[in-house]
Design a protein around this ligand. Structure first.
Ligand code: FES
Length: 137
């Protein structure tokens, strides 16, 4: 599995997403409270660009009229038909057992690790094919 550098941490603010093209795929990389997650930018329902949908929370209720907003910033709503997905896992909220958006492993790597050497300049092979007369004055 190849690793691809897609952004600096500062490029994706908490609560936002950056859509990148990697190895022929569009992927949305989300910053959820300074944790990063990646989903394919394709809804498993009918193929909408999932990652341009609004980032939301989840409403729950124990009884009618008593709603709680939970997991703010952790759910993604598809822009076409409104199916909602858990950004952390890709699981759909309406069919969690059977419908899931493809997820990808994301890690934050210090720049000095990515740029770790040793670095070597390109060299060319040299040979001396004749002698020279050098005068010293
Ligand atoms: S294409 Fe995403 S919910 Fe229909």
């Amino acid at each position: 599995m190849a690793r691809h550098v897609i952004a600096t941490v500062g490029e994706i603010a908490p609560g936002t997403c950056k859509i990148v093209a990697v190895a022929g795929r569009e992927i949305g990389v989300f910053n959820v409270k300074n944790e990063f997650f990646a989903l394919i930018n394709r809804c498993p329902h009918e193929g909408a660009p999932l990652c341009i949908g609004p980032i939301l929370g989840r409403f729950t209720a124990d009884r009618p009229g008593e709603y709680r907003l939970e997991r703010q910033g952790e759910m993604l709503r598809c822009p076409w038909h409104g199916w909602e997905f858990d950004i952390r896992t890709g699981q759909s909220w309406c069919h969690p057992e059977s419908v899931k958006a493809r997820t990808y492993q994301v890690e934050v790597v210090p720049g000095e690790v990515l740029a770790k050497g040793p670095f070597a300049a390109e060299t060319v092979r040299l040979s001396v094919e004749q002698n020279y007369i050098v005068v010293e004055l």
